[in-house]
Write a protein that binds this ligand. Sequence first.
Ligand code: FES
Length: 80
Amino acid sequence: MEILRADGLPIEALCGGQGACATCHCYIDTEWQARLSPPTQDELDLLAILDTCNNASRLTCQLVFTDALDGLTLTIAPEG
Ligand code: FES
C-alpha cells in the first residue's frame, strides 16, 4: 500500500495501514499470488465483507514487500 501511494496511484488506504478499512483492496495477478505470504484470519475476515472480493483479493497494507516481489502486478479494486 505504501508503495502504491508513493507512486501516486489512486489507493485510498483510509486507515493508514491498520487493516481496518479495506480501502487498500487490490487483485493480485495470478502469477504472483503464490509468492505472497498467506493472509491472516483478520485480513480474510475484512475481505469477506466486500462484495468485490474474489480469490485474487488482498489488502495491500498487509503484504510484506520483499525484493522477491519486485515487479509484482495487481489491479486496484473499485473501492481501493
Ligand atoms: S489501509 Fe486500511 S485496511 Fe489497508
